[in-house]
Design a protein around this ligand. Structure first.
Ligand code: ZN
Ligand code: ZN
Length: 334
């Protein structure tokens, strides 16, 4: 089969690789579409030293089941999406549907930008009939999964003022989810394209932080109080300090960005301001029902997909995504 290999230095190659080998714990999916995700960009842009022989980063996969083990709940031809972080199925976390907390979790996340994809049975989500392949990439993957898990952990945000810092696909998806749940949303980014898209997805306010002071805009918008919630969707250490500058006293900063370290002003943030900091990673089987429910209720997330390109044009797709003039970029079968 054909598969992408990320080579680092902003290059990739389409290679012929062996088909995945079936086993009784997995299905083989004929891939119809895959999402290009910000989490792959270190592999795309990096120096290639850490890139394994088959790693191509694809983990937001949808398609039809090509093969399923006998006696499983799945049949060839079923339209499915992939949850690629799966647990042991036995521990307390797994039993309550929080597989990302499982000590023995497994990843099926290395090689989804390909013609076929092997997926553990536990992570097979059967898609509703009324979703097309590009939108299904968001619906059944972390594109919607991360914002929905964030929303579940934040609880009722109706009427609250929520700032979303960073408007990549996950930030934009947080905008659409929070607006749909009745929050007043302010999106912020340096890309004029993404600032405009945030407005179209339901943001009341949208700030280009390259040309405008976000501190001033949020102060005016909240009458000097600060935002109730700031969702951090940009992995820059200084953005954590900005988030605590923008959040009100007793407010919440919620981290979804892959930010590993930041300087903390503990006294200012947690003593004087009595603010909260929490976050979430990926999504789990317990988030899937709400993802489906929001789809059925008309969540306009499909607008977030701005580019659909064939696998054969993957280099162009990554280049356009890196340039920042996109919402979600989806690769479809060639
Ligand atoms: Zn992703
Ligand atoms: Zn477990």
């Amino acid at each position: 089969m054909k598969a992408i290999k990320l080579l680092g230095h902003s290059k990739l190659r389409i290679e012929d690789v062996p088909d995945p080998v079936p086993d009784d714990q997995s299905v083989i999916v004929k891939v119809r579409a895959t999402g290009v995700c910000g989490s792959e960009l270190h592999g795309f842009k990096g120096d290639a030293s850490h890139i394994g022989a088959t790693l191509n980063g694809g983990h937001e996969v949808v398609g039809e089941i090509a093969w399923a083990p006998k006696g499983s709940a799945f049949k060839p031809g079923m339209r499915v999406g992939a949850r690629v972080v799966q647990g042991c199925g036995q521990c307390n976390f797994c039993r309550q549907g929080d597989e990302t907390a499982c000590e023995q979790k497994k990843y099926y996340a290395a090689d989804g930008h390909a013609e076929l994809f092997k997926l553990g049975l536990q992570g097979v989500h059967v898609l509703p009939d009324d979703v097309d392949w590009p939108a299904a990439v968001l619906l059944s993957g972390d594109g919607l999964g991360v914002p929905v898990r964030c929303a579940r952990r934040l609880g009722d945000t109706a009427g609250k003022k929520v700032v979303v810092l960073g408007l990549g696909p996950v930030g934009l998806s947080c905008v659409v989810v929070q607006a749909f749940r009745g929050a007043e949303v302010c999106g912020a980014d340096v890309s004029p394209y993404r600032v405009k898209l945030a407005k179209e997805l339901g943001a009341k306010e949208a700030v280009n932080v390259a040309s405008e002071s976000i501190q001033q805009r949020v102060a005016e918008w909240t009458k000097g109080q600060g935002a109730d919630i700031v969702i951090l969707c940009v992995a820059r250490a200084e953005s954590m300090a900005l988030a605590f500058e923008l959040v009100r006293r007793h407010g919440t900063v919620f981290q979804v960005a892959e930010l590993q370290e930041a300087n903390m002003k503990l006294g200012d943030w947690f003593l004087r301001k009595e603010a909260f900091l929490t976050g979430s990673w990926y999504y789990t089987s317990s988030d899937w029902p709400l993802m489906l429910q929001m789809h059925r209720a008309g969540l306009p997330y499909a607008k977030l997909v701005t580019h659909v390109m064939p696998l054969a044009k993957a280099q162009e797709a990554y280049d356009v995504f890196v340039a920042g003039e996109t919402g979600k970029v989806v690769l479809r079968e060639s």
